[in-house]
Ligand binder design. Structure first.
Ligand code: NAP
Length: 304
């Protein structure tokens, strides 16, 4: 199969398409024939080397690229009962997971069946490919804050991949949500359920919690009331606590059951799947360049 890998360390900023043996699922695993693989800022972190602290490459130091996949299950390993060949499925897969042969930017992706979810008929597979990483991150981070109890939540980067889902899920859970984004994002934020959208942060500590998807760090923390909560998206980069604010961050983990909920909410139109466009694997470099240029809303999706 064709797959996109980083080049060995020292040649950062480059990816290559390699031919690998077609992988086969082991016990409890399924093989997804990729139809769409969204690209995310995390892919750039891995290409650039910043994310390599979190993952190890193959013996040459290369890493598979891509975390999101949607496609058709075309092989199932022993002891898989929830997925049959032919099922439309999506999953989050880490390139350093023991079962990973490459990233999701590959023709076939192996995942444990427990990490995957069926894609509802109403959701296009290319749209489904944009859902796993960012919706799971948003749902898992939000869960760390406990029940909403009508508290006020500030979301920075609120129109981004993670932030957009946080706004929608938090509003639905009963938070009063303020989204910090660009002026042009106001309509999206209103659709997602934000009570308010802002483009700059005032010098006040009005919020019970902030989810800092734009990595504004100290600036975001200053918006939180004494003994409130700061939630970061990048472990080890979060600001130091002050005024009794609890500072937490977390890294997403695959969760097939939660992903099924996220895809169901997508099918119902409660979560918006945002896709910028598609590009074939052979042109992945163009997609990474477009993402790097910034200002995107939604995801580029690679196709086989
Ligand atoms: N912890 C985890 O498990 C996990 C999982 C997924 C992602 N992440 C990390 O979370 C971060 C966000 O990811 P993402 O996918 O949401 O990125 P994204 O789609 O690029 O969104 C980031 C958003 O922040 C906005 N932004 C940046 N600075 C801003 C500012 N000063 N004021 C207003 N808006 C601002 C950007 O707007 P413009 O485009 O207009 O600049 C963009 O809309 C990344 O660092 C990613 O690596 C962590």
């Amino acid at each position: 199969m064709r797959a996109i890998l980083t080049t060995p360390p020292g040649e950062a900023d480059e990816v290559e398409i390699v031919d690998l043996p077609d992988p086969r699922p082991a016990t409890g695993q399924i093989r997804i024939r990729m139809v769409g693989a969204a690209i995310n800022p995390a892919d750039l972190h891995i290409i650039d080397g910043r994310g390599r602290d979190f993952v190890e490459g193959d013996p040459t130091g290369r890493l598979g690229i891509g975390l999101d996949v949607a496609g058709i299950v075309d092989m199932v390993g022993p002891d898989v009962h929830d997925f049959a060949v032919g099922t439309r499925a999506a999953a989050l897969q880490f390139p350093h997971a023991p079962h990973a042969v490459a990233g999701t930017a590959a023709e076939y992706v192996i995942v444990p069946a427990a990490d995957a979810a069926p894609v509802p008929d109403e959701v296009d597979l290319l749209d489904a490919a944009t859902v796993p990483l960012n919706s799971l991150t948003a749902a898992q981070l939000l869960a760390l804050l406990g029940p909403a109890r009508s508290r006020r939540l500030l979301v920075t980067g609120a129109a981004g991949g993670v932030g957009g889902y946080v706004v929608a899920l938090a509003a639905r859970a009963g938070w009063t949500v303020t989204g910090l984004a660009r002026a042009a994002d106001a309509d999206f934020l209103a659709r997602a359920g934000a009570a308010e959208s802002i483009t700059t942060l005032a010098q006040s500590t009005a919020f019970d919690a902030v989810l800092d998807a734009a990595l504004l760090n100290e600036v975001a923390l200053q918006s939180v009331r004494d003994h409130g909560n700061y939630l970061g998206v990048f472990p080890r980069l979060e600001p130091a606590s002050e005024r009794g604010v609890t500072v937490t961050s977390a890294v997403v983990v695959p969760d097939g059951a939660l992903l099924r909920e996220m895809l169901t909410l997508t099918a119902k139109g409660i979560l918006e799947a945002r896709r910028v466009g598609t590009l074939p694997l052979d042109e992945a470099t163009r997609a990474y360049r477009a993402l790097r240029a910034g200002g995107h809303r939604g995801r580029w999706v690679l196709t086989p």
